[in-house]
Design a protein around this ligand. Sequence first.
Ligand code: UDP
Length: 237
Amino acid sequence: MATPYKRILLKLSGEALLGEQGHGIDADILSAYADEIKAVKEAGFEVSVVIGGGNIFRGVKGATEGMDRVQGDYMGMLATMINSMALQDALERKGVHTRLMSAIRMEEIAEPYIRRRAIRHLEKGRVIIFGAGTGNPYFTTDTAASLRAIEIEADVILKGTRVDGIYDSDPEKNAEAKMFDTITGEEVLNRRLDVMDLTAFTLCRENKTPIIVFNMNTPNNLLKVVTQSEQVGSTVV
Ligand code: UDP
């Protein structure tokens, strides 16, 4: 099975970095993720990454506790920068060339996001990490992933999760839950399946960017998804 993908955008949740810990970043998980990304890079793909901030701070949670929502959202965006910097460090230690581009200016630690420059980095074989979400409150890092994927003309968004794919019901609650190999966007909406938030999902649909949901915690899965060497995960077409 030949792969139709060349340029990918990988979305990782911040929460996945928790591992068994209550908060912060699990060094082993971070290192494992860096290995997965390195393998895909070395196989010749152009790789960009968006990582969430849920392990550190979520604006919505702050708001439920009385914090100003916008203030909380900016804190959430800064949380994504902390994770992005940790991932950048893990990749560079493994010899992968990277660039961190931030949607909020912080020039001592990251380049500002400039679309043309991002594409140039990819062409030169650098892994790009897009930090600080979209730079706007009231959005999520899923939406940042969709937006950046469209802007850089990524062939696919790969959503790395801790489940194997998209199921017709919650596999952690229902042993009979059935996983889809492929599913249309329309069916995802009709069945109200939780793939991404609606803003993020709609952006992908309107721009015909496929989404693959897969288990990021299974070793070598990312490479299998990208090369399409095996059926892994669920593809939304
Ligand atoms: N956030 C935001 N705008 C964005 C992206 C993120 O305001 O474009 C904030 C928002 O408060 C969110 C937090 O950053 O709760 C962390 O991102 P997210 O919850 O998407 O992370 P994940 O669930 O993937 O770990």
